[in-house]
Design a protein around this ligand. Structure first.
Ligand code: HEM
Length: 192
């Protein structure tokens, strides 16, 4: 399969949750607390796409999947898109953009603090994800994009801290992250 066709399929596939969310909104089918439902939906898709992005390098290393690596930039941008929606819903719909309340939340609630840091760190990665920036930054581009090793643990910590009862789901994401990052460490130590 050509890389362009795969890219199109990835783009369509990863956009489906967004259109599904719009459909749920239009049909007024988001349950008793629509803002909470939208926050959860966009948060979980940001996390899923971030994990899928992180899976591309191990897939290339394990199966020599070069086309996988070519999807990485777009997948990362899609993760950023869902994370931006997530934050926007929080800022505009949940907090009605009351800056004092937002600052208080960021300072006083640890799960908001780590989510905020994760999102802030995602911004430079999204801005510098194009080829022009890659060329311009040279070796520093790789260094900058290693921020993802801080972003991903912070994102999963955000999830772990906000869950009150059943920790199964965030723990599953934590285990997947450990496998994905552990594979890179193992590869660098024993295969290089
Ligand atoms: C400024 C940054 C962020 C803020 C203010 C924020 C805020 C929130 C809030 C208010 C919730 C719902 C909490 C609850 O229901 O008790 C939530 C859930 C969540 N957020 Fe964030 N978040 C931020 C960044 C992120 C980022 C960067 C990610 C992932 C890449 C993320 C992933 C999630 C996930 C997975 C959930 C739980 C969804 C579920 O329960 O199914 N958040 N966030």
């Amino acid at each position: 399969m050509s890389s362009t066709l795969l890219k199109m399929m990835v783009l369509i596939g990863a956009s489906l949750p967004f259109f599904w969310l719009i459909a749920l909104m239009v049909a007024d089918n988001l349950g008793a607390n629509p803002i909470e439902a939208m926050t959860h939906f966009t948060g979980i898709w940001a996390l899923r796409l971030l994990w899928i992005t992180l899976a591309m390098t191990p897939l290339r290393l394990a199966f020599n999947c070069q086309v996988c690596l070519k999807q990485r930039r777009m997948l990362g941008l899609l993760a950023f898109f869902y994370a931006s929606l997530h934050v926007l819903i929080y800022l505009v719909l949940d907090q009605q953009f009351v800056i004092a309340d937002i600052v208080e939340d960021v300072v006083k609630r640890p799960y908001i603090t780590v989510g905020f840091v994760a999102f802030c760190l995602l911004i430079p990665l999204a801005i510098t994800s194009n080829r022009g920036m890659m060329k311009c930054l040279g070796r520093n581009w790789k260094r900058l994009h290693q921020l993802v090793y801080i972003i991903a643990p912070f994102a999963v910590l955000h999830f772990l801290w906000l869950v009150k009862k059943d920790m199964t789901e965030p723990l599953i994401y934590l285990v997947i992250l450990m496998v994905l990052l552990g594979y890179r460490v193992w590869y660098a130590k024993f295969k290089l």
